[in-house]
Design a protein around this ligand. Structure first.
Ligand code: PEP
Ligand code: MG
Length: 592
């Protein structure tokens, strides 16, 4: 008799689909018993602890170097973080002091320390912090295992979908050596390190399945759908066929999209637009280039501040900006000046009841003039190859823009006086993301070389919908007529003043919006690099005339739902293969 099909829904942690046998992985737990040591045992215990820490360090170094070979820099940092925990002299000191004071065995003391952390983090409402417990646990358990001279047998069957209660970062990377097909876990969120690593390794993963390990046995046939967060155990023939077709379709589309990388982004009736990438880390740039991007449309510089926990010096910035400009040359890079505040980190001690409407972006920089000057100096100094542009976030009106431009002039003068070369004809632009800027776009356009529409914030401010609040996520509507009219006004106004208009908010990378934005006359689309080929495919197969017709029809509609339905139908008719992919992907129209 056919086994019963079971479908479970979890969180989509890493995209991709796979079909294959399951392997249920059970980690050997470490057990610790509390012992009181005699005075004569204390020195030996401390020595054994040091040995175990050294062994753990050695094991982690091996994993870290493998991670550096296999993963991007950010993902590999996860293991550097674990190494730092072992190297932390405070931890060693605390254990030594407890050993001398309490005279208890070292593995118990580590276990006890872990319990303390666990209790502390369990009550924390920050999911990200709670996820970090897995790393702390992994380091602690590694040292305990080494103290007990036990080895972890963490091998799994190759070409299987791995099922586990929870996976640690090391499990995730070490299992990947065995060509695993996917990861499915009872616990863990999409921000867990195991999830981040799965995405970096491009292995499908579904987390937060709660009881999946009770429903699946090693050898069961399973489908893992990492795009929708689904696990199908013992799939029916219909599901198997459906998913085999999906896999074929995705593979075909990927092949097709790869062929587009070197082709220009031009419509069949010769209307050309630029597709560029949003980036914030230097190590993303290689990928950006392979996706066929025509430069960086938004480089979020605030990550330098976030990583350092403080403002970087002019020289540090100059080095980073020069390197980026060099890597992308001759393609342009648009650096956005620090956009700190809002959800992007507040300075210690600054408490605002409404940070998104508070001391954020250009407002903060105009108050921190010396820091702002340093950033402008660093950017200008790095502009010698003439492929840098600067844009300012959160500009709300002419006076504010003028203040920024005056400061920029000042900095230019200072550099000239010091005989420091820079690109004197560098393009300067601003983000249109505060609604008031839309209404004074006429005056703003006379003072800059380009606009870049930041829909992430523009939608939130226009609609009074916090972009991070799940309770009202359905009110956050990119296709609301008010948003579309604001976009149209911005583009038309820019063009009237002969400046180009781009978009660097998420909407620019939503394939459902591509034809509409093309029809509204957008000149540049800047997006997460992975969607560039899809957007390019749409542009290359839509005449500008057709896009203008679509835009005109959309602009006549009075609500977001009708616009969404219209664009979904259009996409389904004109690009069925891309549409099917979207349904499975992060841009899923079905989530709208
Ligand atoms: C935006 O607001 O659309 C934007 C691109 O900037 P950020 O998401 O960094 O606020
Ligand atoms: Mg913004």
């Amino acid at each position: 008799m056919a086994k019963q099909e079971i479908i479970l829904k979890g969180l989509p942690a890493s995209g991709g689909i796979a079909i294959g046998p399951a392997y249920v992985y059970e980690r050997e737990e470490v057990f610790v018993t509390e012992r009181i040591l005699s005075d004569s045992e204390l020195a030996t215990e401390l020595h054994l602890l040091d040995e175990a820490m050294e062994r753990s360090r050695h094991q982690l170094r091996k994993i870290t170097s493998f991670a550096h070979e296999k993963l991007d820099e950010d993902a590999a940092q996860i293991f550097e973080g674990q190494l730092m925990m072992i190297d932390d002299p405070e931890m060693r000191k605390a254990l030594e002091q407890r050993l001398a004071r309490e005279k208890k065995n070292a593995d118990f003391l580590i276990y006890d320390e872990l319990q303390k952390y666990r209790a502390m983090l369990n009550h924390n409402t920050d999911e990200l912090l709670r996820e970090r417990m897995v790393d702390i646990d992994e380091v602690g358990q590694r040292i305990i295992r080494n103290l007990q001279k036990k080895r972890l047998h963490s091998t799994v069957e190759s070409e299987h979908v791995i099922f586990a209660n929870q996976l640690t970062p090391s499990d995730t990377i070490l299992f990947s050596k065995n060509d695993v097909l996917g990861y499915a876990t009872d616990l863990g969120g999409i921000t867990s390190h195991a999830a981040i690593l799965s995405r970096s390794l491009k292995i499908p993963a579904v987390t937060a399945l709660h009881t999946i390990t009770e429903h699946v046995h090693t050898g069961d046939e399973v489908i893992i759908d990492g795009q929708r967060g689904l696990i199908i155990v013992n799939p029916s023939d219909e599901h198997l066929q459906e998913y085999r077709r999906k896999i074929e379709r995705i593979e075909r589309l990927e092949r097709e999209l790869k062929d587009l990388v070197d082709l220009p982004c031009v419509t069949p009736d010769e209307h050309k637009v630029e597709l560029s990438a949003n980036a914030e880390f230097i190590n993303e740039l290689e990928y950006v280039i392979t996706q066929g991007s025509k430069g960086i449309g938004l480089y979020r510089t605030e990550h330098l501040y976030i990583e350092k926990g403080d403002f970087p010096s002019e020289q540090e910035q100059y080095i980073e900006y020069s390197e980026i400009a060099h890597m992308m040359y001759p393609q342009p890079v648009i650096f956005r000046t620090f956009d700190i505040g809002g959800d992007k980190l507040l300075e210690a001690g600054v408490l605002e009841s409404n940070p998104f409407l508070g001391w954020r972006g250009i407002r903060m920089m105009l108050d921190k003039r010396e820091i702002f000057r340093q950033q402008l100096r660093a950017l200008l100094r790095a502009s010698r190859m003439k492929n840098i542009k600067i844009m300012f976030p959160m500009i709300s009106g002419v006076a504010e823009l003028q203040e920024v431009l005056d400061l920029l002039d000042d900095v230019r003068e200072e550099l000239r006086a010091q005989d420091i070369p820079f690109d004197a004809s560098m393009d300067i632009g601003l983000m249109i993301e505060v609604p008031s800027a839309v209404f004074v776009a006429d005056e703003l356009a006379q003072r800059v070389d380009f606009f870049s529409i930041g829909t992430n914030d523009l939608v939130q401010y226009l609609m009074a919908v916090d972009r991070n609040n799940e309770l009202i996520a359905d009110l956050y509507q990119e296709f609301h007529p008010a948003v579309l009219r604001a976009i149209k006004t911005t583009i038309d106004t820019g063009h009237r003043h002969d400046i180009w208009v781009g978009m660097c908010g998420e909407m620019a990378g939503n394939p459902l919006a591509t034809v509409l934005l093309l029809g509204l006359g957008l000149d540049e689309f800047s997006m997460v690099p992975s969607v560039i080929p899809e957007v390019k495919k749409i542009v290359r197969s839509t005449t500008h005339e057709e896009a203008r017709r679509v835009a005109a029809e959309v602009l006549m509609k009075s609500n977001a739902r009708d616009i969404n339905t219209y664009l979904t139908d259009y996409m389904q008719r004109r690009h069925p293969e891309l549409f099917a992919n979207m349904l499975n992907g992060e841009n899923g129209a079905e989530n709208e």
